[in-house]
Design a protein around this ligand. Structure first.
Ligand SMILES: Nc1ncnc2c1ncn2[C@@H]1O[C@H](COP(=O)(O)OP(=O)(O)OP(=O)(O)O)[C@@H](O)[C@H]1O
Ligand SMILES: [Mg+2]
Length: 447
C-alpha cells in the first residue's frame, strides 16, 4: 500500500509530482524546476497515460495542461477527485482564459497557473500544495463553528472542502452569522495556515488611501511617504486576504483589485514595476452581491472572479435547534457559571435574531450581568420581541404604547439594515412614504 502523505513527510521521502502536458518544451521546463526543488516527477502527454501513472504510483500533486490530445484537464481534475481525493490537482490555463481557470476551480482544482508559466509562481504553487494538511493533521472546525443542524453541518463540510483548494470564496450571509469565523476556518485548515490571515474592512478605508493601503507605496510616492511601505497584499503574502464588506469598494478600486487578482501581481503606488503576490482571496458582505451587480454598484467581472465558490452562512433563526449548544459555548467563553432556565431557552428559540450569533452573544453578556442568581430567567434576556404579543402586553411589564414603539423601532431598524441605510428603499420596504419614515425616525430617536 502506498504511504500516506503525512507518513512520507515524516520519513522525509521525496515527494512525487505528475506533470501532464502535450508540449515537450513545457514538460521539460517544469521537470527541471521540480528537480531543482529536490522533487521527483513523472511527465506524460495524454489523459490516458496520466490515468496509467495514477493507477500505478502515488503522487503528492498533479499539474495538468487544460487542452490535451485525448481530453482535457478538467477530466483529470474530476478523475483524481473521485479516485484519489487527497491529491491536489493544479491546471495550466491558456493566457487570458479566465473562464478556464474558474471552471477548473469549480471542478475542484487546487489552483491554476496561467501561461506563460512563471517559474516563481510555479514554485510557490508547488510549495503550498505539498504543505496541504492531511486529514489526520487538520484542525477540527466543529470545535469553533458549533451546531449540529443540517445547515451548519453542511457549512462545515464546505469549509473542509474549500480548505483543500486555493479557489476564491465569497462568504454570504446576514450580519453576525459567522462569515468571518468561516473565513478564518478556511484559512486555518488550509496549506496557508502558517502564513497570515489579513482581514480588511473595505468599508472603513478612505477612498484616497485605498490604493496605497492595498498595494503599498514607494518612498516619495506622495507627501508624507517618507519610507517604503507594504500594503495588505504583501502583508498577506503566502496567506489569505479577507475582504470584508467587499460591496463597499468604490468602482475605481474594483478595477485595480480585479487586475491584481487576475495577474497575481501588484504595483506599489509610485513604483514603475509590478511584483508577484501569492495570496488567496476570501471576501464577504452582508449585502446581496448579485443585486449590487444588477444595480451597477459592483463590477460583474470582479463578482465573477471573487464568487468562484459561494459559502452561505445560514441565519440563526433557521438553525434554532443549535441555540442550546451555542448558549453553552458562549457562556463557557464568557467564563461564567450561570445557567439557563428551560423557559429562558424556550424564549430564545422563538426569537428571530436579526443580528444572529453576534446578537445572541450580546444578549447573553447582558443577561449574565443582569441576572441576580445563578439561573437566567426570560426577564434577564430583554429580548426586543419576546414571546407572543398577547402574553407580553397582558403581563403589564410595559404600556401598550411603549410596546408598539418598540416593535416599530425594530421594524424600521431592520428595514434600514436590509437596505444598507438607504431611506428611500427602506420606506418602500416598509410600505410607507419617505416623509412618513423621516417623521418616524425622528420620533423613535433613530439617527
Ligand atoms: N456557529 C457558530 N459557533 C460559535 N460561534 C459562532 C458561530 N457563528 C458565529 N459565531 C460567533 O459569532 C460572532 C459573530 O461572527 P462573525 O464576526 O464571524 O460574523 P459576521 O458574519 O462576520 O458578522 P458581521 O456581518 O457583523 O461582520 C463571533 O464572535 C463568532 O465567533
Ligand atoms: Mg464580519
Amino acid at each position: 500500500m502506498p504511504a500516506s502523505r503525512s507518513e512520507r513527510r515524516l520519513k522525509g521521502a521525496v515527494s512525487r509530482i505528475l506533470v501532464i502536458d502535450d508540449e515537450p518544451d513545457i514538460r521539460e521546463l517544469i521537470d527541471l524546476t521540480l528537480t531543482r526543488m529536490g522533487l521527483e516527477s513523472d511527465s506524460v502527454g495524454t489523459v490516458a497515460e496520466a490515468r496509467e501513472c495514477l493507477e500505478s504510483s502515488s503522487y503528492q500533486l498533479c499539474l495538468t495542461d487544460m487542452r490535451l490530445p485525448d481530453g482535457d484537464g478538467l477530466e483529470i481534475v474530476r478523475y483524481v477527485a473521485d479516485n484519489f481525493g487527497e491529491t491536489p490537482v493544479a491546471v495550466i490555463t491558456a493566457f487570458g482564459s479566465a473562464e478556464n481557470a474558474v471552471a477548473a476551480l469549480k471542478a475542484g482544482a487546487f489552483d491554476y497557473l496561467a501561461k506563460p508559466v512563471g517559474l516563481e509562481q510555479l514554485r510557490a504553487l508547488v510549495k503550498s500544495a505539498l504543505k496541504l494538511p492531511t486529514a489526520e493533521l487538520r484542525v477540527d472546525s466543529a470545535q469553533s463553528l458549533r451546531g449540529e443542524s443540517a445547515a451548519i453541518q453542511q457549512v462545515r463540510g464546505m469549509i473542509d472542502k474549500l480548505a483543500r483548494s486555493q479557489a476564491p470564496v465569497y462568504v454570504s450571509g446576514e450580519s453576525g452569522s459567522g462569515k468571518e469565523l468561516a473565513a478564518r476556518l478556511v484559512h486555518g485548515q488550509s496549506a496557508r495556515a502558517n502564513a497570515p490571515f489579513v482581514p480588511v474592512n473595505c468599508g472603513a478605508i478612505p477612498e484616497t488611501l485605498m490604493e496605497s493601503e492595498f498595494f503599498g507605496y514607494r518612498k516619495g510616492a506622495f507627501t508624507g511617504a517618507d519610507s517604503e511601505r507594504d500594503g495588505f497584499f504583501q502583508a498577506a503574502s503566502g496567506g489569505t486576504l479577507f475582504l470584508d464588506e467587499v460591496a463597499d469598494l468604490p468602482l475605481a478600486m474594483q478595477v485595480k483589485l480585479l487586475r491584481a487578482i487576475q495577474e497575481k501581481r501588484v504595483r506599489k503606488v509610485g513604483s514603475t514595476t509590478e511584483e508577484p503576490v501569492d495570496v488567496r482571496i476570501i471576501c464577504a458582505t452582508h449585502r446581496n452581491l448579485r443585486e449590487c451587480v444588477d444595480k451597477g454598484s459592483f463590477r460583474q467581472d470582479l463578482y465573477y472572479r471573487l464568487n468562484v465558490i459561494e459559502l452561505h452562512m445560514p441565519p440563526l433563526r433557521e438553525c434554532s435547534e443549535d441555540i442550546p449548544v451555542l448558549v453553552e459555548t458562549i457562556l463557557d467563553r464568557l467564563g461564567v457559571s450561570t445557567r439557563f432556565s428551560a423557559n429562558a431557552l424556550k424564549s430564545l428559540e422563538r426569537y428571530p435574531f436579526p443580528g444572529n450569533v453576534r446578537e445572541l452573544e450580546n444578549i447573553l453578556e447582558r443577561a449574565t450581568a443582569l441576572c441576580s442568581g445563578t439561573v437566567i430567567e426570560p426577564e434577564d434576556l430583554q429580548l426586543s420581541v419576546e414571546e407572543s404579543p398577547e402574553e407580553l402586553v397582558g403581563r403589564g411589564s410595559e404600556t401598550l404604547d411603549d410596546y408598539l414603539n418598540r416593535l416599530e423601532k425594530q421594524a424600521v431598524l431592520e428595514a434600514l439594515q436590509k437596505t444598507g441605510n438607504n431611506r428611500t428603499a427602506a420606506a418602500r420596504l416598509l410600505g410607507v412614504t419617505f416623509r412618513s419614515l423621516r417623521y418616524r425616525l425622528e420620533r423613535l430617536g433613530i439617527e
